[in-house]
Structures are given as C-alpha cells and as structure tokens.
Design a protein around this ligand. Structure first.
Ligand code: ZN
Ligand code: ZN
Length: 186
C-alpha cells in the first residue's frame, strides 16, 4: 500500500514517497460552488520532524473542476496545482489547561495538524488540498458583470433593456460625488 502514510514505517525505514489518484465525491468536498470534480493526483514525501513525534509531509496536489461563478452562476473550468507542507504533531493527551494552550498556539501556525492515529490516508490530504484551493467567491472572470438584478440575464453575454437605466443611475451617483469633491476643492 502506497496511499497511506504510516508513521511507524518512517520510524523504521526513513523518509518515504507516496502517490495516488483519488476520486472525490461532491458530498465529501462539501462546497456548493463545486459542480464537478475530476480525479485528484497527489504526490507526497514524509519524513520525521525536529520535535518528538513530529512528522513532516510535503507534496503537491493537482485537480480540475467546474465551479459555479459567484456572480453569474455559470459553471466555468478551474484547474489547480497546490503545494503543501504539513507538520503532524501528536495530539496532547490530557486536556489540562496548559496543554490546551499549547494546542491552540500551535494550531495558529497554519501548517500544523494534530494526529491521534499514527497514519494519514493520502486521500484525506487530497481532500484537504481541494477544499483549501477552492476560492471563497469563485469568478468565471475578474470582469464578470453578473446577472441583471432586474431581468436576471447574464450581463456579460447580453445587454438587456433594463441595464442602461441602472448604469445611468450609477453614473449619476458618480457625477454627484465628483461635483461634491469639486465643491470641496474650492
Ligand atoms: Zn461569472
Ligand atoms: Zn436586465
């Protein structure tokens, strides 16, 4: 098996390389913006860290997906390659206050994760990378004009009748602002 990182293996045999390709379900990814996702290819290297019980996993994950644009709701293709660097540390065992503080302080370092079991399925890392890579507000294009709030048509594709009046209103607001600024200058 080459798709589960087993810390005991690393203790015994030294650093190890892993790779795998995983099909994730939309339910697992749990982000409504994702309409479709291809297989996730992941490569990782695991080694012992500096702290007792610490393991360092470095790697890259690649996938493609169809995301729904947050402005116009149209799906668009998304391709992502991410590199990651995660330090796995043993979860502090007792829930004494001091240890909780240690846990919170370490969790603030972005790349630290705590383990209870001495193994990490590569698929879990792949899922995590997919979830981290999906933008909070996906955009089909930086300049996406979104949907007309009046008739609901996609403004990047078609100019509707109602669009002009809304744009005019915006211009009026801008002009008003400019007039105000001019008055201030005088
Ligand atoms: Zn869009
Ligand atoms: Zn319209």
């Amino acid at each position: 098996m080459n798709d589960i990182i087993v810390f005991d293996d690393i203790d015994k045999n030294g650093p190890r390389a892993y790779s795998g390709t995983f099909d994730l379900s939309l339910k697992e990814i749990d982000r409504p913006e994702v309409e479709n996702v291809g297989p996730v290819a992941i490569e990782a290297k695991a080694d012992r860290g500096d702290l007792p019980g610490e393991y360092i996993v470095d790697g890259t994950a690649r996938f493609t997906a169809d995301l729904a644009c947050s402005r116009c709701a149209e799906p668009y293709p998304f391709a992502n390659t991410s590199t990651f660097h995660v330090r796995f540390r043993p979860r502090p065992e007792s829930s004494g206050e001091e240890e909780e503080e240690v846990e919170i302080a370490a969790a603030e370092e972005l790349d630290v994760e705590f383990y209870s079991d001495r193994l990490v399925p590569l698929k879990d890392l792949a899922l995590e990378q997919v979830q981290l890579s999906i933008p909070m507000k996906p955009l089909c294009d930086e300049g996406c004009l979104g949907l007309c709030p009046v008739c609901g048509s996609n403004k990047s594709r078609e100019a509707c009748e109602c669009e002009t009046s809304i744009v005019d209103e915006r211009w009026d607001a801008l002009k008003g602002l400019r007039d105000q600024l001019k008055k201030k200058d005088v």
